[in-house]
Design a protein around this ligand. Sequence first.
Ligand code: HEM
Length: 475
Amino acid sequence: MKTLQASYTDGFFDVSAAHGFLPAVPPLISLPHIYQALQEVLDNMPIQLSDEQPGYLHFPGKIQEVANQLPNYLAEVKQESDIRIIQALYRGYAFLTSAYTLEPAFQHYKQTGTYGKAINTLPANIAQPFVAVCEKLNVFPWLDYHYGYSLGNFYKINPEGSLEWDNLQMCVKFSGQPDEAGFILLHVDINQFSPNLVGSVLATLAAVEANAINQVEAGLDKNLDTLTQMNIRRKEMWKASRWQHYNDFRVFIMGIKGNEEIFGEGVTYTGVWDTPQQFRGQTGAQDDIIPMEDIFSGVTRYYLKNELTDYLLDLRKYRPHCVQAFFVDLETQVKQVHADGLAGYLFEQASVNGLARLLGILEQIYHFRNGHWQFVQKYIMANTPYAKATGGTPITTWLPNQITAVLQQMEGVMQSIALLSDIPDEKGTLLIANNQATFQHKKQLLAEQLSMVSQDTYSADTLFSLNSRYGLSDQ
Ligand code: HEM
């Protein structure tokens, strides 16, 4: 029975073969004129406005001083029904909320190298319109990845040009430096291929439904090629955003939940709730590419049962509702394919070419995660002893947890391939041979890194150097 729809939309995002995970309409660069005072604060907020000119966040206490003067736009916000304006208002208030609360933690970091405490009370003129706009979007009142920091926060510098990070600019910023822009706009860049990725998932599952094995294999092939392309773009991170500069803006994307050292019991939204609230922070873990691939390929079946997996599932709630609905339907549809998911179906069909492509997809998920784990080693672990990620997870155990799941499934698929007698095509032969040759290195690298981080004292540099030793360096 077909469960998946061709598109899942809220008018802004439209998960489909046409738009993938990117907005279906370009985000507004600025707010409409009636919100001019708010827009002016956002425009002057970044730490650096230009090489010579510092902005409000450069000066201790300045952002609170100007934000406290803002009119309370509650009545105006309540009138809004245009999704683009609602999204831009959410984005503006979310940035302002993080800047307002986290600015003292940032100043402390500048002076001492450790994060200080945040402000725990949001004034009514920010809290009330912010919560009102969040009710319209049905999201938590804290900066997220989709509507806020990343996918709804870009415009093209050359309108005729591509969606590559160096042709993009952020609409609202914290640091105003190129490293923040490169960091977050590369997420958008990677997602430029998401229409093909979503399209290939929908096409493959439709072909399974029709039991058209050649089309299933073609769908998997497109999925593999698209994910490979995304991984090539992902590696641009090393160039787009220098790891030594990650801390120039990182503190501003911290969440409340899981970061009690910074936020204590939470944040009080004056005029909305009397008790302190806690929400998770924006993180690439709210991106949709890897979660979709995990469900589609079957990696979710290998997720370990622990609190890190619970966190991953909790993060589903921090996504637009249309994305959440897509994931639910995708899970249902994949379950209908076979009791053992796509791998079980391909084995039953004796499709060695399909299994080889599935192995290739898993390898790309592995590279995504292992390259990403290297980002964390350099951008975070080499920069700061603070062991919590912006989403609030313990950084040394979170990502290896997910790599383990991918490796387990790769092993299972290689075993299935070994049981089939058909000769794969040229691409399939290469995929199988390469994976057989490198699989033990992947396992050994992870085992050695996990043993290192389990000790109290380890060097982030030594941990990082292991990647080259096993021929698995991302750079
Ligand atoms: C310098 C670059 C990056 C750093 C330092 C970084 C950091 C992190 C950290 C610390 C986590 C742990 C979860 C948490 O936030 O609490 C995480 C998770 C995650 N990030 Fe990133 N990230 C980077 C780039 C990206 C990019 C470019 C993407 C995809 C477009 C991405 C996608 C994810 C995903 C899907 C997870 C969930 C873990 C998983 O499923 O393996 N990240 N990231």
